[in-house]
Design a binder for this molecule. Sequence first.
Ligand code: 26V
Length: 834
Amino acid sequence: MRAMSEARAEWDFLTQADRGMDKESIKRSFADHIEYTQGKDRFSVTQLDFYLATAYAARERLLDRFNVTRRSDYQRDARRVYYLSLEFLIGRLLEDGLRNLGIHEETRRALADLGLDMDSVAAKEGDAGLGNGGLGRLAACFLDSMATLDIPAVGYGIRYEYGIFRQIIDPSGAQVEAPDTWLRHGNPWELERSEKAYRVQFHGHVRSRVDDAGRTSFEWVDTRDVIAVAHDVLVPGYRNERVNVLRLWAAQGSDAFDFEDFNRGDYVAAVQHKNATEDISRVLYPSDKVRQGRELRLKQEYFFVAATIRDAVVRHLKAHPSLHDFGEYSVFQLNDTHPAIAVAELMRVLLDEHRFDWDDAWRVTTSSLAYTNHTVLPEALEQWPVWLMEEVLPRHMQIIYEVNRRFLDQVRHRWPGDEDRVRRMSLIEEGGERRVRMANLAIVGSYSVNGVSALHTKILTDRIFRDFYELEPGKFNNKTNGVTPRRWLMGCNPGLSALVTSRIGDGWTHDLARLDQLAQHADDPELHASWQSAKRRNKERLAAIIARECNVTVDPTSIFDVQIKRIHEYKRQHLNILHVLSLYQRYKQHIPADTVPRTFIFGGKAAPGYDMAKRIIRLVHAVARVVNDDPAVNAVLKVVYIPNYNVSLAERIIPAAEVSEQISTAGMEASGTGNMKFAMNGALTIGTLDGANVEIREAVGPENFFLFGLTDLEVQALKKQYDPAGYYHRDPEIHAALDAVASGWLSPDEPGRFRPIVDSLLYGDPFMVLADFHAYRDCHERLMAAYRDREGWTRKSILNTARSGRFSSDRTIMDYAREVWRVGASPASPPKGT
Ligand code: 26V
């Protein structure tokens, strides 16, 4: 014992050795890593080594703070937030990490001393694309804000070997998917914790036993097991001492799994088996709307939930004798239904492993889970076939049945005789293939259910989850999304940020609401001039990227009109490109003298199996070719599609945008977060009253927002009698544009290629593209007129930035912390005494 405590004393001494934050110390670390981590000298060193050495230098400094954070959270026994998400779309980490550490500038200078340029060094980092779109990027912004607000939080997810696919556009304009090998050069940001490994069970069956006291206990046996190994990514707060962790699980085949093969002497088969189990963390599912129904996806969901709950339980039991107060120290925020199996898993752990009785287990479970819904599209609401659940998770299926039985009793008690309601609220969808409704499971098992914008939450309580709202109205709440201003303003738009700081100081960087002080300067001619030139420089930088990636020259004085997001019919990229085509047709007749040149910029990935979305990508390319190659119009009109849209490209595109296209069918986009990033960077929105657009418009002022289209209620009302053909016959521009697409003129090698798009618009279109076309066109006319008034436009742009402070994810996280999590700030500080 004595020897042990002496050794500890020495370790305490070692951990005091913090790395310096000055330029010379950074240079020293950098040189050490080139030499001793990378094993290079001045002759063999490469650009990649420069990046890695810089990243390692930053990582050491993160680790100093991480150790402080860990100790101070442990000592304080703080209530922790666990953010469970199958997706974290974090992008590059170097510059954000340096900025949050407060050594971005020092590091830039250190590199400059060595003849290196920060931009090129940072560009060597690959994007961590562990997500599809909005939901995954939101999780990444939340990590930044939780750390910045000093909330003891852990993100939990999967360490996919392959993230979202790399999009290649072939010569015909079609999307081709290539694997995203983001780990190929290693990942300096992760720490593999090979000792943090938990067994996760699958398949097998349930054995029940009645003990002497007459109590039945259940045992899940003969399972096939997989090991979950933790990989920690450090998440620093902005200018504080906190470094949180994003813990990603990788699947590792367990040796026990293959006993049968080994015993039969089939060594190679055993190793192959082991390999196959590692498929669980192989690849991110690249569809963000269409239900997969695949066994592997279900296994991913359970795999990360089981490992996460185990990890949290182990952590709790280190400091507490039992799990009865677990809910007071832990809250799990479920990012959509993907981790909803947590309801059954936490119940299983409490019932079967800790011998809780049902009521106690249910109390603990429902006091520690909270659920966020991110979509109302019925095809994206997860349901798992009962037969599949019984096969993969037999014990969980039993628990779900029991939860359902008790829950439906409650419903029947409240609404006697209303069997229709019972059917609607059941956790099991009957009729045809029986399926578990994961949203219902998540609602029943959580103490909080939230939507992600005011409109979305209203649609949830009025329509989608109305029955549940009527039963427990207090459970439901809104948390309007937000984005981190560190990445999405300071990081991506240094020109504009410096300008803002020059006028109002830098308080806005940690309290974005203070941006509103900028409104006082909205008419200052000097600010106008520098505002315009900041935008202009961003546009030039983007024009260079477009020249390189698309081989198209665009005019930086033209309006940059941007739609970047996943390709979906409900997001209506086809409305945008159809409008561009009709502009082309109009300009072929006549180009008015006061026409402002415009560049329409698209970017986004389509789910590999989503045929219509892929056709829309080809249509954009087909229109782009015609327009860009036509000297009669290409001085006033250009169209580009930037391939392989990802976080890093977004960081280049958004600061250069002047018009932000947010044109989803009203009622379909839960929130949108790109819309917020554009407004923050001074772009003006052309948009429908959908998702957070509603709140953005209120915040920036209706006069600084270009609104068009049906409202959510109008969409609902029109549904029953929507007659797209009427619009086609009545509106000659729609007629001409659709005829051009249908004629095969845009795809001579395959004249029918775009027919399915035209058909979808003319027959039954649930997205009501033609119903909004007219209003959209008129709105673009208004927008052009507004742009001609240079100072008027600049004023609107400044006001968009000034009034977008509400859309910081710091505000969102403060709302969650106060109203859902009930956690406060817990500043990380070096422990006293020890
Ligand atoms: C759903 C599914 C369905 C099963 C197959 C795999 C998969 C993967 C992801 C999803 C989630 C789709 C929901 C989603 O991304 N929603 C977006 O969430 C954003 C953040 O709240 C929000 O801003 C967007 O409006 C919303 O579409």
